[in-house]
Every structure is written in C-alpha cells, then in structure tokens.
Ligand binder design. Structure first.
Ligand code: NAP
Length: 298
C-alpha cells in the first residue's frame, strides 16, 4: 500500500489565490490588509520565517510592516511597539516572532496584542473564544492541519484522532478543534508522560505528530489506512546538503507511507499552510474592519 501524499503546497497555492481575490475587493473598498511583524534578535530560523511571511504578504497584495529590535531590547520597548500597532488603523494583524529572548516574558508580550489583531490566535482571549466556539482567530498551524485533513477527504466525525504533543500553539489547539461538534472526532493527546505511545498511535484513524522529534513515529506505530499529519520540522545534519542539514518531520516518511492511507510530507505539508492561514486571518481582520469600522474598537 502506498499512501496518498497530501500536497500542502498545492492546497496553500489554491487558498492563496482565493485570498488574493478577496484582498483586491478589500482594496477596492479603500482598505489594504496589513500585517505587522516584530522580530527581536537575529536568530537565523526566525529571520527566515519573518522574510517568508513578508514575501507571502506581498504576493497576496497585503501590506507588511516589519520592526526589528535588538536581542537586548526590553519588554517595555516591545510592549510599546505593540501598543502603537494596536492603535494603527493600517495594521489588521500583529505577529511577534517566537521564541523571544529569555529575559522577556512571552505571555506578557503576547497578552499586549489586541485580540482583534491577534492573527496568530495566541492571546488568552482568542484561546478562550476558540475553546467555547465563539468567533475568533484560529491558531494558524492547527487551522492548517484541519484544512489538510479535509483536503485528503478524511472524515473526522466518529474518527479517533491521536495527537502526539501538547504545546499551547499546536497540540492543545488541535485537540480543541477536533472535539468541536462540527468535526466530532474522539481525541487522545500523548506527551512525554504517556505510557505505551505506540499502543495509542496504533489505534488512530487520524495521527498527528507535533513533538519535534525526528523519526519518532515509525511504520509499526501506525494503523493501516490512517491519515498521518506530520507537523514536525527538525533540522538533521546532512553533509551532502548545501547547507549541511536537511529538514525532516517527526514521522519516518518512507516507512509510514507504506502503511498509511494518506500522509503529509516535510517539507511541503503543514508548513505552507501555516503562513497561508496567517494571511487568511489578516484578511478576515481587514474585511471585518471594512464591513463594520465602528465595531472595531482598538
Ligand atoms: P514543543 O512546544 O516542544 O512541544 C512538543 C510536545 O511534544 C510536548 O508536548 C512534548 O511533551 C511532546 N513530546 C516530545 N517528545 C515526545 C515523545 N518522545 N513522546 C511523546 N510526546 C513527546 O513543540 P511545538 O512548538 O508544539 O512544535 C512541535 C513541532 O512542530 C516542532 O518540530 C516544530 O518545529 C513544529 N512546528 C511546525 C510548524 C509548521 O508550520 N510546520 C508550526 C509550529 C511548530 P511534554 O509536554 O511532556 O514535554
């Protein structure tokens, strides 16, 4: 058996084409969707993520406002910058590139973002709204994962979904989305305290790996025909690669492809969807501002 490869790149391209059309309609109404991106320090991975987001904004016809702060910037400086963007009507979404340097309280910084501009969906207000099913910005990676499952034609209703990882930005939001009535999956969440990981993963109709451990999930841990979504992005040394490393997921792609019904590759699976859902949230924020400017109190 050879699994269907769920092409995240293609799905992201399709969604971005729709987003571009809706951005044009927004611009016709006098509003250009705008995303503010804040980077603290010069971590190479973060620099590359930020430039990817700017490029994606430009391709979608959106404005981007980048602010770079030095690694020794204070929490007060960062919060002041966020407050400026909160008050700026040209900015519809604010993103602070994580992780932040250790001397900065991440929770305090994220909490300073106005929930109506929290296009990452990380503020406590948005997380609360997501859990109780109110209108909110869904966190981008989990939202992208749900879109990929739908694209693969996999039914969530009545399915047993097993998530390996319980972070606030991936595992926990995924759990909350999958148990929503409209998706109606039964969800098991695994972590480092889980006893008999393979026993759980082998019962999954939908298996989502978000542990950040290369090769954690192998073919013997997967139920034949399961849908396998690999969120992991891990650098492994590879002397043959131009940069000396290559990116792999948490799933042994080759082995698991022979057992699974469908599977996302790394790269080319979840990654392109994450930026796409960020554009989607920024667009929704701008559309909301265009439709009801009086309702948007910053
Ligand atoms: P994280 O905060 O480090 O969380 C990892 C989770 O996995 C934790 O809950 C941890 O358990 C669990 N875990 C680790 N090793 C495990 C093991 N051997 N068995 C069972 N559970 C294990 O990571 P994250 O931020 O959620 O990211 C996870 C991965 O997704 C990373 O590779 C990251 O690069 C990738 N990612 C990709 C995208 C994308 O757009 N493609 C976006 C975000 C993240 P404990 O809670 O017990 O420690």
């Amino acid at each position: 058996m050879s699994a269907l490869i769920i092409d995240g790149k293609k799905l992201a391209e399709d969604l971005r084409a729709e987003i571009r059309k809706r951005v044009c309609l927004c611009v016709e109404k006098g509003i250009t969707p705008g995303l503010a991106v804040i980077l603290v320090g010069e971590d190479p991975a973060s620099v590359s993520y930020v430039s990817g987001k700017e490029k994606a904004c430009a391709e979608a016809g959106m404005a981007s406002f980048e602010r770079k702060l030095p690694a020794d910037a204070t929490e007060t400086e960062l919060v002041a910058l966020i407050e400026g963007f909160n008050a700026d009507p040209a900015v519809h979404g604010i993103l602070v590139q994580l992780p932040l340097p250790a001397h900065i309280d991440e929770g305090k910084v994220i909490g300073a973002i106005h929930p109506e501009k929290d296009v990452d969906g990380f503020t406590p207000v948005n997380i609360g709204r997501m859990i109780i099913g109110e209108r909110c910005f869904l966190p981008c990676t989990p939202h992208g994962v749900i879109k990929l499952i739908e694209r693969a034609g996999v039914k969530t209703k009545g399915a047993h979904a097993v998530i390996v990882g319980r972070s606030n930005i991936v595992g926990k939001p995924l759990m909350n989305l999958l148990v929503r009535k409209e998706l109606n999956a039964t969800v098991t969440v695994c972590h480092t305290g889980t006893v008999d990981l393979a026993g759980h993963t082998r019962r999954a109709d939908i298996l989502i790996a978000c542990a950040g451990r290369p090769g954690l999930l192998t073919a013997d841990m997967v139920k034949p025909g399961a849908c396998v979504i690999d969120v992991g992005v891990n650098r492994v040394e590879d002397p043959k690669a131009a940069r000396g490393y290559r990116l792999v997921g948490d799933v042994d792609f080759r082995g698991v492809s022979a057992v699974a019904g469908s599977i996302t590759p790394v790269p080319g699976g979840v990654g392109p969807m994450t930026i796409t859902m960020l554009l989607y949230n920024t667009l929704e924020s701008a559309e909301y501002a265009a439709a009801s400017p009086a309702a948007v109190k910053r």
